[in-house]
Write a protein that binds this ligand. Sequence first.
Ligand code: ZN
Length: 436
Amino acid sequence: MFPWIESAHQLGRAREIWHAALAAPFYAAKYAGMPAPMDWTQWRALPLLSRQELYDNAWPRTGTMLTVPPEGMIVTSTGGTSGMARYTVLTHAEWDRFCAEQARALALIGVGAEDRVANLLVAGSLWPSFLGGHEIVKRLGALHLPISANIPVETVLRFCREFQPTVMLSLPTLFVFLADLALRDGIRFPGLRLIAYAGEHMSPAVRTHLQHAFGAEVEIHALAYTSADAGLMGYQCRHCAPNAYHVPSDFQLIEVVDMERGRVAEGGEEGELLVTNLARRSQPIVRYRIGDRGCYTGEPCACGDRNPVLRLAGRAGDDFKLGGAYVAMAVVERAVETVAGRDGISPNYCLRIADEANRIALELVVEAGDPDAAAPHAETLVGALETAIPELGVARERGYLARLEARFVALGSLERSPVTGKVRHLHDLRVEEPAS
Ligand SMILES: [Zn+2]
């Protein structure tokens, strides 16, 4: 259902986007003096696009990344308060294309005209998810129940009892909430057959919890691997493991690069993902460091689809997700700086994030010359984190923060890169799902 195009054709399409990008002052300056990339070697010599560049140059802050005037467009927002919240603009035609690709992904996991789809995504605040949900359900010809996640959960439950949806679309956080209530009050969802989630990662523990509440026969699927800037980057067939996605080759070019060695990751090697959207021309996204890691499995899929399978392997380390928002690691670094230098405390740290019984556990581990002498500073460190990351307070209030701790370990004991010797600052265990 998703078309497949070969490598040479993909390069041609990517080159067209590169040409289109030159109409934007930002890209004209970025690529000044560079020849049009005629082969993959030249393509791979193009400079990368960082999250910071997107943030600094996004409309309306500046209009330097736009190739057309900001007319006939939809503005959406991503991110949260301490992360890098920013805006994305798409022409209405680009928005339609983004939604059409998403609809295809849902059709592939079996959603169709006979379904009743409860749209339990968040509306408002420029968030695209609820509106996108509407567009997607409309394209599938299914019955749409635009309930949203913005109303009291009791009202959500009432609508669900009344209309008996067969499919529910929402965030893992809301599904956990619904599951908790369903278990507490013995509520059943007799018609429900599919839970499709988006926006956040779903841990194996959450999956088990939902299965327990909604019934073992209910299927649980990620809506897709997507971003506001590039749209659908991966979709799942029925053979895909929870963290594996087919890449739609006529819509998206995803390169896997070993940044430390400065070369393409090969033969199942893990690397950082660079994304080039092959459709978005009003503000092209070219070789964007999306911040995720992964690898191509290099193996044909049993479903027969020739689009390659990408296995995601977590965040690249510049930021992490908390309650739907991105939190920049720079915020954590600044918190560590408040105690570094005192009583032999080193600026080398690692933030470990894990899933504990459906809740998030954060542990900030910092090296110190004398860990015992440094121990009294742990409280200061936790306080600095709480001040800098308001999402932690929200998580605590809503009961999905299992714990937030800081501790000190001996110098040299944190994991280092075998190539650069740098300390790995982020260890997000939530994203290491077992293959099924
Ligand atoms: Zn497949």
